[in-house]
Design a binder for this molecule. Structure first.
Ligand code: NDP
Ligand code: HSE
Length: 436
């Protein structure tokens, strides 16, 4: 069997590990007929070997010691699906040292420690497959690294966190509260072990780190990505956004302009008829603009057991083909060298349109005061709604602005928030999708 087959060991029998095992075991014959040789799942290591994962494994497959697998010479590909930084990193480095190819879905690890891992893989001449690390089932890594190699990518942006998109969709379409929607996403296996990664935008930033490095040849730059999550989004802002003709989505954006690149993750208002505004639930979508292709949109499930398992199996199959043919080609980027010329733009320097919600006392002069401060910072108002008329309590005053510089907006809001006529900190959201 060993001479003809490619042998696999998985570390972590959780959501993604179980999905991967289901595909490898239940589709063993189809995979063998497609590849021309069998993929043998020799072991799955997990700390808990008792819990039901919805699949019955052949006897002896489930073990509790990942290290035994790393040192087993019969295993060709180690698949890391346990998550976290330590000891996942040490397991992967040990596997690489022992000459094993690695597949991982661990975007947190790659975004923060990827340099060391890819460097070790290049040295040992082994592959690292990481298709499942970004956008679940969408084969975006393959697209950027292989299919679009003939393009200079100008921008790549979209929804790349299923959990936050699920929450925002439930809040927008069904009026379900944030906490309940998050619990549902967790129960469905979409959320990270620490769900603050999802709702604070960190998971999207991990994925954008990987995508922007692949797309623009920049080093993995997680700490330089401006990151905001969806926790400040309220039903009131969802309702106002709708009245203005927009939906709120958590977007990850990377775009190049001259010698700079913008990389940012934040809740964003998009016109309701924008394709990405209509991506709902656990679905992800990524929009790419390249000089040869123009624009393309990729859409699919961004999280969950089987969609992610599908992406993991695609890496296993690619690497297994490479083992059989003696070709190895997936250690990291689209370029062999990083692009030192491209600098990451400071968030202060970006230009975008804004949604602003002021909590203003309904008194004469308040609007002229606010608009005067905005005007003095070169920020012009496109449209405005004022709701209610209560002299004692604050009323929401909502404005959409034309394009302005972030730093000007930050300074203007600081000044406005200090006014005695303004009772709460102003809520602001960036708006993308073109000036309507
Ligand atoms: P889970 O928490 O469901 O699964 C992780 C499994 O690994 C658990 O069973 C855990 O055991 C086990 N584990 C933890 N430490 C060890 C160890 N030292 N040795 C062996 N097993 C260990 O996570 P997911 O499957 O959701 O995620 C796995 C990875 O895939 C993460 O990196 C995640 O970011 C990524 N990912 C997840 C997606 C999803 O939809 N869920 C989609 C794309 C990527 P125990 O529970 O006992 O601690
Ligand atoms: N927690 C992640 C998400 C899993 O919700 O998108 C997929 O990477």
């Amino acid at each position: 069997m060993k001479n003809n087959s490619v042998t696999i060991g998985i570390i972590g029998f959780g959501t993604v590990g179980a999905g991967t095992a289901k595909i490898l075991l239940r589709k063993r014959a189809e995979l063998e007929s497609k590849l021309g040789f069998p993929l043998v799942l020799k072991n799955i290591a997990d700390l808990d070997t008792k819990r039901d994962r919805g699949i019955k494994l052949p006897s002896g497959v489930l073990i509790n010691d990942a290290k035994a697998m790393l040192n087993d010479p019969s295993i060709d590909i180690v698949v890391e699906l346990m998550g976290g930084i330590h000891p996942a990193k040490e397991f992967i480095l040990q596997a690489i040292k022992n000459g094993k190819h690695v597949v991982t879905a661990n975007k947190a690890l790659l975004a923060t420690e990827g340099h060391e891992i890819f460097k070790a893989a290049r040295k040992s001449k082994v592959d690292i497959g990481f298709e499942a690390s970004v956008a679940g089932s969408i084969p975006i890594i393959k697209v950027v690294r292989e299919s679009l190699i003939g393009n200079n990518i100008q921008s790549i942006y979209g929804i790349i966190n299923g959990t936050s998109n699920y929450i925002l969709t439930k809040m927008t379409d069904e009026g379900i509260d944030f906490g309940t929607a998050l619990k549902e996403a967790q129960a469905l296996g979409y959320a990270e072990a620490d769900p603050t990664f999802d709702i604070e935008g960190i998971d999207s930033a991990h994925k954008l780190t990987i995508l922007s490095s692949l797309s623009f040849g920049i080093p993995l730059s997680f700490t330089k990505i401006y990151t905001e999550g969806i926790m400040k989004i309220t039903p009131l802002d969802i309702q106002f956004a709708s009245e203005f003709g927009y939906k709120i989505k958590l977007l990850a954006i990377a775009k190049q302009a001259d010698s700079h690149i913008e990389v940012r993750v934040h809740p964003t208002m998009l016109p309701k008829d924008h394709l990405i505004a209509n991506v709902n639930g656990v679905f992800n979508a990524i929009y790419i603009e390249g000089d040869a292709i123009g624009s393309q949109l990729y859409y699919g499930k961004g999280a969950g057991e089987m969609p992610t398992g599908s992406a993991v199996v695609s890496d296993i199959a690619d690497i297994a083909r490479g083992i059989k043919t003696g070709l190895s080609c997936r250690t990291h980027g689209i370029t062999m060298t990083e692009n030192p010329e491209l600098k990451i733009k400071k968030i202060d320097d970006i230009r975008t349109c804004y949604y602003l919600r002021f909590s203003a006392l309904d008194k004469p002069g308040v609007l002229s005061k606010i608009s005067g401060i905005l005007g003095s910072r070169d920020i012009s108002i496109k449209s405005m709604i004022q709701k209610g008329r209560k002299v004692e309590k604050a009323v929401p005053v909502v404005m959409m602005t034309h394009e302005a510089r972030e730093n000007d907006m930050a300074r203007a809001l600081k000044e406005i928030n200090r006014l005695s006529l303004v009772s709460e900190k102003t809520i602001y959201l960036r708006v993308e999708g073109g000036e309507n």
